[in-house]
Design a protein around this ligand. Structure first.
Ligand SMILES: CC(C)(COP(=O)(O)OP(=O)(O)OC[C@H]1O[C@@H](n2cnc3c(N)ncnc32)[C@H](O)[C@@H]1OP(=O)(O)O)[C@@H](O)C(=O)NCCC(=O)NCCS
Length: 121
């Protein structure tokens, strides 16, 4: 999917980074009650590998926790090493695997992160 077209996915939380008015990266999430799903996180190809993905995901965690989101979920391809590294460092845990989920035959890992511990809110 094209970078710009991702912005049109149905979502209700968008965290974008636009240093000079131009979007360099964004996180799209869908919230439901006190849970949310990261639909995608994307950094412009020319801006990758400079820590922007990490900043964006941390910002999204902060905003979502402020909105009362306790748990966050996402799916990532086993083959997507940059994204897996990002989520690993951001404290996500693997809670499931969908076999041959993607068209290229790769499995999807289902990851979860707790933003607000039970009893804390
Ligand atoms: C995944 C993505 C958002 C990461 O954004 P980024 O700004 O490049 O990430 P960062 O620079 O913050 O790096 C985060 C971690 O990922 C690692 N990483 C980044 N690019 C990598 C690569 N090509 N291979 C392996 N690890 C990589 C970094 O080394 C860093 O870990 P480190 O601090 O231990 O070095 C970006 O690669 C992207 O937009 N990919 C295409 C869209 C996508 O696949 N989104 C995920 C859908 S589930």
């Amino acid at each position: 999917m094209e970078f710009a077209s991702l912005l049109h996915l149905p979502a209700n939380h968008l965290c974008a980074w636009r240093p000079k008015g131009e979007i360099q990266g964004f996180v799209l999430c869908r919230q439901a009650l006190d849970e949310a799903e990261i639909l995608t996180i994307c950094v412009a190809p020319s801006a990758r590998g400079k820590g922007l993905g990490r900043k964006l995901i941390e910002r999204a965690h902060h905003d979502l926790a402020k909105n009362g989101i306790a748990r966050l979920f996402l799916e990532v391809s086993t083959a997507n090493m940059p994204a897996r590294r990002l989520y690993d460092q951001a404290g996500y845990s693997e809670i499931g695997r969908r076999k041959a989920y993607y068209r290229d035959g790769n499995d999807a890992l289902v990851l979860e992160k707790t933003l607000i511990e039970r009893g804390q809110d």
